[in-house]
Design a binder for this molecule. Structure first.
Ligand code: SF4
Ligand code: SF4
Ligand code: SF4
Length: 267
């Protein structure tokens, strides 16, 4: 559909990651009004309807959000084999009656940003932005060096996005460095001799990430967690969030008033 230059200019000022969605919504609005050209008025009408809808949907907020990346839709980088964890997390979140919890804590109706968010990414590329969730979960495959002889092909070094592999002076004997290794597992996949193999598959966990007025990235907990340990940790995070929350503040704020060790030793 054709756009008036003023409308196109206004659209270009919206955040790039939602621009495509806004374009679709505005074109639907223009079509519903029988227009063939999108004007600024269609943009404004659409915005008004969007805010009205948001206000209504706030009244039935579930009190949590659970999001994943597109890993399970066939992304070749995906490192999560078992999506049972997501169903278990959903059950856990739904069992906490968070709408009632927020109604008691928050002055006025709870808003989207009050909700407890869990975001899952299938690999360290982290497309779903787990770094800004209350609990971020990242699928990982941690490498280790096996007893198998290295051929010195160098493919692992070329494929490591984090320059975490070095070969010895003889061009053999790979060494892995953590950091900067993020356990993306690429070197494991490409090594033709199985000199680099998987030692652990699981999840890295980040806690307390958020945007808003005082943004901060989630703090990474040490180690790699199994699905069972991740679920235990999610329960623990929710326990802490619900026990220590004062006015509906985000998990990152709650954690600032607690000793980090309160969260850690679950392994
Ligand atoms: S986070 Fe990884 S698995 Fe998920 S969509 Fe991005 S690249 Fe694919
Ligand atoms: S797992 Fe990924 S980041 Fe770590 S050494 Fe292998 S390729 Fe590099
Ligand atoms: S560890 Fe594997 S991929 Fe890396 S140089 Fe040796 S044989 Fe090649």
């Amino acid at each position: 559909m054709e756009w008036q230059p003023e409308a196109e200019k206004k659209l270009s000022r919206s955040p790039s990651f939602i621009r495509k969605k806004i374009r679709t919504m505005v074109e639907a609005e223009a079509s519903s009004q029988g227009a063939l050209l999108v004007t600024v008025k269609h943009l404004l009408d659409c915005r008004e309807k969007f805010f009205a809808k948001q206000k209504t949907s706030r009244e039935s907020l579930p009190g949590y959000s659970l999001e994943t990346c597109l890993g399970s839709d066939g992304c070749p980088n995906n490192l999560i084999d078992d999506y049972q964890l997501i169903e278990q997390l959903e059950t856990l979140l739904a069992s906490r009656d968070l709408p009632t919890f927020f109604r008691k804590k928050v002055t006025g109706p709870p808003k989207f940003h009050h909700q407890f968010s869990i975001v899952i990414a299938g690999c360290p590329n982290a497309c779903s932005r787990p770094q800004i969730a209350d609990l971020g979960i990242i699928g990982v495959s941690q490498p280790r060096i096996s007893e198998e002889a290295c051929s010195g092909c160098g493919i692992c070094v070329e494929n490591c996005p984090d320059q975490a592999i070095t070969l010895g002076k003889d061009g053999l004997s790979p060494t892995l460095s953590t950091p900067p290794c993020l356990s993306c597992g690429r070197c494991i996949v490409v090594c033709p001799t199985e000199t680099i193999i998987e030692s652990t598959r699981g999840f890295r966990l980040l806690v307390g990430g958020k945007l808003g007025r005082h943004p901060q990235l989630g703090q990474e907990l040490p180690g790699i967690y199994s699905a069972r340990e991740t679920l235990t940790m999610a329960k623990k995070c929710l326990d802490i969030f619900q026990q220590h929350n004062q006015y509906g503040e985000r998990f990152g704020e709650v954690l600032k008033h607690l000793e980090p060790t309160n969260l850690l030793p679950i392994k």
